[in-house]
Design a protein around this ligand. Structure first.
Ligand SMILES: NC(=O)c1ccc[n+]([C@@H]2O[C@H](COP(=O)([O-])OP(=O)(O)OC[C@H]3O[C@@H](n4cnc5c(N)ncnc54)[C@H](O)[C@@H]3O)[C@@H](O)[C@H]2O)c1
Length: 304
């Protein structure tokens, strides 16, 4: 028995890189996979049939996959992608939102269109497939009254979680995906749908745009069973597990898979707190109060 036998999955941006690794891994565990990819450049220009490459690799390894060439940020296109899964195999169980582009520049040099394009592919390109998948699951839930066991696995990045120089488009888009994950986990849990987020790291076309980056590799370049810390499929076993029935209690989480480590990210949490005792804050005194009781940059003995 495979971990994902009988499941139907979509992996977006699966023509290359990390998405190809996820699609191969889900298929290896028995899922039938819609391999989505627009087939453009790393900065989102042009279109192509790159999804076919991954479909062929999966087929050669005895798995089942079909290609989809939609732009995930196009609302109607995202709808057609979900419909393709349902039309082909009767259902959708797993949605892995992975598609992405980069257009790095410091804010002064970044054009408005570079900002819009990156936010659009990552954030709307995650929200739109989620919306169509959630609609499909709601229909199933209403028809049967049974939890549908759906899975959404989104993709964030260290840049989104801690910020990154030169990525004032990409970093907030990836932070927003973590936030979207938390919100959808609340909205969809009632129907038995979990929503989680992974933060991968790999030598792909995206990292290949950075100065001094390691050479780009594809998941199928790494022989089966061989460990390569920059393998685009390093995070794929985590994705396959989150997609499985075993992970039905895990939702709203952000988990990074970076080389040898799987790291559970703690969410934003309250830190040291200043209380005004029911009186309006005084800006002239606030700096001293914050320094003493919040930032700890002023000795507490100086409080009085
Ligand atoms: N490489 C890393 O170290 C790293 C780190 C953190 C997060 N990520 C994230 O991983 C994901 C995959 O990136 P990658 O590094 O494998 O890069 P990649 O360029 O190899 O793969 C991204 C794929 O998405 C496809 N794509 C782009 N726009 C699309 C659209 N609108 N619709 C459908 N497909 C589209 C591209 O054609 C490409 O095949 C991205 O979301 C990226 O932000 C990557």
């Amino acid at each position: 028995m495979g971990l994902l036998d009988g499941k139907v999955a979509i992996v977006t941006g699966a023509g290359h890189g990390i998405g190809r690794g996820h699609a191969m891994e889900l298929a290896k565990h028995g899922a039938r996979v819609v391999v989505n990819d627009l087939g453009g450049s790393v900065s989102g220009e042009g279109v192509g049939r790159d999804a076919d490459l991954t479909v062929d690799i999966i087929a050669a390894r005895g798995g089942e996959a079909v290609a989809n060439y939609e732009n995930v940020a196009d609302f109607e296109g995202a709808g057609r992608m979900v419909a393709q899964a349902v039309d082909t195999w009767g259902r959708l169980d797993i949605l892995v939102n992975n598609a992405g582009i980069v257009r790095d520049a410091t804010i002064v040099k970044m054009s408005e269109s570079d900002f819009d394009a990156v936010i659009n592919v990552h954030l709307k390109g995650t929200w739109a497939p989620c919306k169509h998948a959630a609609t499909h699951w709601t229909e199933r839930f209403k028809a049967t009254g049974e939890p549908v066991g759906g899975r959404i696995i989104n993709t964030t990045s260290g840049a989104g979680l801690t910020g990154n120089f030169g990525q004032s488009n990409y970093a907030p888009a990836k932070a927003a995906i973590a936030s979207l994950t938390q919100t959808l986990s609340l909205e969809l849990f009632r129907m038995g749908v979990t929503v989680n987020c992974v933060g991968p790291a790999a030598a792909t076309r995206i990292t290949g745009t950075m100065p001094g980056a390691p050479a780009v590799i594809e998941a199928d370049d790494v022989p089966d069973g061989e460990w390569n810390r920059m393998d685009p499929a390093v995070s794929s076993p985590l994705v396959a597990w989150l997609a499985s029935a075993e992970a039905d209690h895990v939702t709203g989480q952000v988990i990074r898979a970076v080389a040898e480590n799987i790291i559970w990210m703690k969410p934003w949490a309250d830190g040291p707190t200043l209380n005004n005792g029911g009186k309006r804050w005084d800006a002239a005194k606030l700096g001293m109060q914050l320094a003493t009781d919040v930032f700890g940059t002023r000795a507490p003995g100086l409080r009085y």
